[in-house]
Design a protein around this ligand. Structure first.
Ligand SMILES: Nc1ncnc2c1ncn2[C@@H]1O[C@H](COP(=O)(O)OP(=O)(O)OP(=O)(O)O)[C@@H](O)[C@H]1O
Ligand SMILES: [Mg+2]
Length: 460
């Protein structure tokens, strides 16, 4: 769907009227227009049809013997909330029709019916329904995007995801710690997606990006006239996150005044709009910081009582340099994402490029890696990412090869191989899959080579 009106031949309309001759003539009108027409003589029949048949628009008479059009409207809204309903009103029932519109009817047409009018109205109703469906689809797609996949198979990441999964269904506050770019916000969204609040809003607030003077009003909302400039009542992020999850990012930057207010919400389960009455807060709170929050508490910059309330469950997103085996997976993931985004064919990565990346320390963690891959995809002129597509800081980075091995001329090749493998393994902190990546061989080969070595008495 693309926002255009649905073609008439894709519209299904259900006509409900107790008068058979009306039913036949209306049926003809819509059929001539190319729509699919279903008919029912009363509300019960109509509901039976709706239960089994996809319908876009119900066109119903208001005055019917057993169940009126208004009662049918309510039943339809229960059964199939996004089916649109148009009422046919006779003289004297217009008032009822107006009430019906308040109850969710799309429109009403007056009897005697005019062909053009009813066709136009039903088409418009169908158009609104298709927009509703389209919006829902977009929202779903968005939530898939928003609940972006967490890539990585390292034990360190899996441990964190396990805790997050365990914590998700509860309403406990979660504190996400970790260096910048490690995926703290992603974890917060992951928790939301795996909680029963997933269909309600996930509202993220970056506490450091909002000036201290307006943060309180931004979080809790304000009444009209609560302060100079508060020209109208405004709802805050707590209200917007109602039933869902409120993600307070950079919580370490909260001013003492707002810390007190937040503590109150956590203690009382209520928040107070500026100048207004307290409201019940049905919000799951997840916070994050890249500061050492315990240190901030010790230094007296962060309230300890608030810290303990926020820290019911703590997760630490591990830095990328401690889980290097995730690097190739992340490179692969972001290559797919950014090649698609830039409408390029899927690029491959030269081994030396991957080696460089696997050996770099990534102080900006996954975000830095993501940026590097995006940049490389944009700059790359061939079908393979090469060293020259990486930023100089990474290319010139020597931390992988900082341990150099020297061999005397004539050193037997198998010895060179073994020492190289052992040295690389040491460098990869014993992680065979990382060492294999760096050496461009399979982990099996490493096992095999080392296995061979075990069999033979050797020097060292
Ligand atoms: N494991 C992962 N898999 C896929 N993408 C990831 C992963 N971790 C982080 N990212 C991506 O890296 C970027 C940074 O992640 P995020 O914003 O969650 O980090 P952060 O810890 O909140 O960073 P900061 O402290 O700078 O706010 C985002 O684009 C996110 O989607
Ligand atoms: Mg963040």
């Amino acid at each position: 769907m693309n926002g255009e009106s649905p073609a008439a031949n894709s519209i299904t309309v259900l006509v409900v009227d107790d008068e058979p001759s009306n039913l036949t003539s209306i049926e003809k009108i819509f059929q001539r227009d190319g729509m699919t027409v279903l008919t029912a003589h009363n509300a019960r029949e109509a509901l039976d049809i709706l239960r089994v048949h996809p319908v876009d628009v119900v066109l119903t008479d208001v005055m019917m013997p057993a169940t009126s059009g208004l009662e049918l409207l309510r039943a339809v809204k229960q059964l199939a909330p996004d089916v649109e309903l148009v009422l046919m009103t006779a003289y004297g029932t217009v008032e009822a029709a107006v009430q019906a519109m308040r109850d969710g009817a799309y429109d009403f047409v007056e009897k005697p019916l005019k062909r053009m009018t009813i066709v136009k109205t039903v088409r418009k109703a169908a158009e609104r329904r298709s927009l509703t469906l389209e919006n829902r689809q977009l929202r779903q797609e968005l939530s898939v995007l928003v609940g972006r996949e967490i890539v990585g198979s390292s034990a360190a990441l899996r441990r964190v995801l396990d805790i997050a999964l365990q914590a998700a269904p509860s309403s406990a506050t979660v504190l996400v710690l970790g260096e910048s770019g490690t995926g703290k916000e992603l974890l917060a969204r992951f928790i939301h997606q795996h909680s029963s609040r997933r269909d309600k809003p996930f509202v993220a607030v970056n506490c450091s990006a909002i000036p201290e003077s307006i943060l309180e009003a931004e979080l809790f909302g304000h009444e009209k006239g609560a302060f100079t400039g508060a020209v109208s009542k405004r709802e805050g992020r707590f209200a917007r996150a109602d039933g869902g999850t409120l993600f307070l990012d950079e919580i370490g930057e909260l001013s003492p005044a707002v810390q007190v207010k937040l503590l109150r919400v956590l203690q009382e389960g209520e928040y107070e709009p500026v100048g207004g009455e307290p409201h019940k807060a049905d919000v799951r709170i997840v916070t994050a910081t890249n500061r050492d929050l315990a240190g901030e508490v010790a230094a007296g910059r962060f309230r300890s009582d608030l810290y303990y309330r926020l820290n019911v469950i703590a997760l630490t997103a591990p830095p990328l340099r401690t889980r290097r085996e995730d690097i190739p997976l992340l490179v692969d993931h972001f290559l797919t994402v950014y090649c698609k985004k830039n409408a390029k064919p899927r690029l491959s990565v030269a081994r030396e490029t991957l080696q460089k990346m696997a050996g770099y320390s990534w102080p900006g963690n996954v975000r830095e890696l993501e940026n590097v891959v995006e940049r490389a995809v944009v700059l790359c002129r061939s079908d393979t990412l090469r060293l020259e597509d990486l930023p100089e800081t990474i290319v010139e980075n020597e931390n992988v090869t900082d341990s150099t091995i020297t061999f005397g001329v004539g050193t037997p090749l198998d010895e060179v191989e073994r020492r190289l493998i052992r040295e690389t393994l040491r460098h990869a902190k014993g992680d065979k899959s990382v060492a294999a990546q760096l050496l461009g061989i399979s982990t099996r080969t490493i096992y095999r080579k080392l296995g061979e070595e075990e069999g033979k008495p050797r020097e060292e």
